[in-house]
Structures are given as C-alpha cells and as structure tokens.
Design a protein around this ligand. Structure first.
Ligand code: PMP
Ligand code: GLU
Length: 403
C-alpha cells in the first residue's frame, strides 16, 4: 500500500501508547500501576462540568467562530493580563483542540520546507514530529544535567544556522520539570532576537510549580520578544481537562490569523461545549488549581525521597510539571532472567512484565538511558509503584551480584 513519505516517517506518540496499554491492562483486571500518564488523576472540577452540561441543555451545540468564541478569547486575554500583565486582543488568540493542536498550527504558520527549529533536549516527544509534519527540520541541542538541563545562550548561538527559524522554550519542562529563571530567559531570548527567530513558548505547566518558584511568561520580557513569541497554553493540565481538548495560542495578529486560516480547513472551531467548560475554568473559582498544585508538590517530595533510596538510579529534582526523570545508565549490562538490559526500553519492558509498573522510557524525549515517572497519580499508587520498582531493581542487582 502506498503511503506518503511524511506519513511513513511519523512515529506514534509513545506516551499515549503507554498510557493506553496501562489502561487496557487495568481493564483486563491486571493490577498495574501506571506512571505513564501525562494527565492529572483528579476529576475536572464540578463547576466546569456543570457549565458544559448547561451548554448542551441550552443548545450551544453549533459551529462557533474558527478561533473560538469571542467570550472565551476575551476571558483568555483577561487571564493573561491578570496573571502576567500581558496585553493581548481577542484577534491575537486562537483556540484549538488542545495545546498540541495549537503547536501544530503554529509550526505550519511559520515554517517553509527545510526551515530549522531548535529544540533543547530533553524535550516533550511531540515537538520534533510536529516540526517534521510542517516540513521543518528539528535541530536537537543536548543540554547538560550539570546545567539542570537548561539551554545556555552559547549552546543556542552555536546551534543557529542561516536556516534557523524558531526555538522552542518549554518552562516548566516536560520531562525534566526544570524551570528557567527570568535572567536565564532574558539571556536566551536576547540570542533569539539577535537572529530574528520566532520563540515558541510552551507554558502549559505554568501553574504547577513548586518550592515557591516563579513562572516568568516569555512575552513579558520586552516588546520585541512579545512580537516574536507564540505563546502556547491551555486548560488540560491546570484544570485537569485533558480529555476536553482546549488549548490556545497567543501571538502577533498576523500569525494568529494565519493559524486560524489553517485551522478553518483542518478542523474548524474546537468543540463548542468544551469551550463553555474552558470559559468556566478561566472565569470561575481558582482554588482547584492551587489544591492540585499542593497535592503534586507533596507527591513530588515523596517521590524524590523514595527514589534517592533506590540503588543505582538517580533523579533530577523537578521544580514544576508532574514528572520525575531518572537516570538508569548504571543498570545497563545487567542480565535479568536471560535478558540483557541494553537501554531504558528494556528496563521499562521488564518493569511492565515483571513488576506490573508502566513507565516511559525517554529515548524519544532526547534523553536515552532515562525513565520518566509521572506523579499525576494517587499517593497510594505512587507508594505501591515505587515499592515495586525498588524491589525489582534490588532483585536485578542481587541476581547480578550472585553470578
Ligand atoms: N505541551 C507539553 C509540554 C505537554 O506535555 C503537553 C501534554 N500533552 C501538551 C503541550 C499538549 O497538551 P494538550 O493536552 O492541551 O494538547
Ligand atoms: N503531554 C503528556 C505526556 O507527555 C500527555 C501525552 C501526550 O500528549 O503525549 O505524557
């Protein structure tokens, strides 16, 4: 069967595949602990669900403007002003089917074939695929653990070529949980502006930050930065609304209008009912966000304490988002039940098959020999899952020592 070059090159999302696999095993009655999910475990707050029910009952079930209802775009403008002092007009906001869709629209709006986009690694695995789908070339720049996985201005400048069109900044980061400070961001955007690059700033985890950290929104860093930034955000993570599929981009009116034109042919408006729900999220009480943030911080602290006690693995302490990334390279070369562990994929498979724990091996995130654990699951499951991981790793090391 003939398949296009683009179609044949695309890889399925392994995060979604692992999450689906864990859910499937759970449904079959397997007692599986899933550390894969990139989504909060709690339900969508009830006032948000009620707004959607009301939307259905009131017949708000037709097409809306492609870029989203004016009331939701205004609410987003209001939120951006309140949270960050950012001034956007509704014609600068394009609401899409999740932040993922906003990102794909953004790349399609700014890239010509062969244009390069700088992606600091570790990165969220969809970025390179999205850039490729828009005929761009992902240019991966490997950051260093000793720099807390932060891209330095020198590393950025060295990676820029005459084809470079944009850089992706994702703070707080998936998968590391790293957060850039204001000064670090200023230094990076200074380089980006020097070469007239677009800045795609994915701030979807902005509300989930710990240890009193402060989130700095990239377009606040100056009028020239604001002009060149496509800000990406949405309700999926902050309001536990992953299934509703509402994300948005805030950008220069020209870019926003191109993104809207692209969307007008690809998918039209995002779901009208979900837009009403998102409106309730942005305009309703915000204590649900803080409640969730606090729960995540507690879980992160527990995860770090436990992982530090597990031999031969080491984790980076995340300051935001809801993932812990650990290095498993000291386990490479160990044989377990006749199988040699060559890479994180092998350890992930053994954990799933022998310990009923689903984790995300991070080769697709630009960090081989690392495993990502999501702590967007209940504390009970975190405890149970870490017990299993600890027992399996100790077993691996014991068997290895005894041969
Ligand atoms: N950016 C990052 C860094 C993410 O982890 C995710 C999670 N899927 C998204 C964007 C997309 O979120 P959404 O569910 O709104 O598409
Ligand atoms: N962003 C989440 C994750 O990294 C959700 C899954 C996805 O969309 O890839 O797990």
């Amino acid at each position: 069967m003939y398949i296009s070059r683009k179609g044949s090159q695309i890889k399925p999302s392994s995060t979604l595949a692992i999450t689906a696999k864990a859910k499937e095993m759970q449904d079959e009655g397997v007692d599986i602990i899933g550390f894969g999910a990139g989504e909060p475990d709690c339900d969508t707050p009830s006032h948000i669900k009620q707004a959607a029910i009301q939307a259905i009952e009131e017949g708000f079930t037709k097409y809306t403007p492609v870029a989203g209802t004016i009331e939701l775009r205004k609410a987003i403008c209001h939120q951006l002003q309140q949270d960050h002092g950012l001034i956007y007009a509704p014609n600068q906001i394009v609401i899409s089917n999740g932040a993922k869709h906003s990102l794909t629209n953004a790349f399609m709006a700014i890239l010509n074939p062969g244009d390069e986009v700088i992606i600091p690694a570790p990165f969220w695995l969809s970025y390179p695929e999205m850039v490729g789908l828009a005929d761009g070339i992902p240019m991966i720049v490997y950051t260093k653990k000793e720099n807390q996985y932060k891209l330095t201005p020198e590393e950025l400048e060295n990676a820029i070529t005459s084809r470079t069109k944009a850089i992706i900044i994702n703070s707080p980061s998936n998968p590391t949980g790293m957060i850039y400070t204001k000064e670090e961001l200023q230094a990076l955007v200074a380089v980006a502006l020097k070469y007239d690059l677009y800045i795609i700033s994915d701030e979807i985890y902005e509300k989930l930050i710990y240890d009193g950290a402060i989130h700095v929104s990239v377009p606040t860093l100056g009028a020239d930065v604001y002009e060149k930034t496509i800000l990406i955000n949405g309700v999926s993570k902050s309001y536990s609304m992953t299934g509703w599929r509402i994300g948005y981009a805030a950008a220069h009116p020209k870019i926003a209008s191109v993104m809207s034109n692209i969307q007008s042919h690809g998918s039209s408006n995002p779901n009208s009912i979900a837009q009403k729900a998102a409106l309730a999220a942005y305009t309703g009480p915000q204590d649900c966000v803080e409640e969730m943030r606090r729960a995540f911080e507690e879980r992160r602290n527990y995860m770090m304490e436990r992982i530090e006690q597990i031999p031969n693995i080491s984790a980076f302490k995340p300051r935001g988002a809801f993932y812990v990334l650990f290095d498993m390279s000291e386990l490479i070369g160990i044989t377990y039940e006749g199988e040699i562990i060559h890479a994180a994929d092998d350890l992930a498979r053994i954990l799933l098959e022998k310990a009923q724990v689903a984790v995300v091996p991070c080769a697709d995130f630009g960090c081989p020999n690392h495993i990502r654990l999501s702590y967007a699951i209940s504390m009970d499951n975190i405890k149970k899952g870490l017990d299993r991981i600890e027992a399996l790793i100790k077993d691996l090391l014991f068997l290895d020592a005894s041969v």
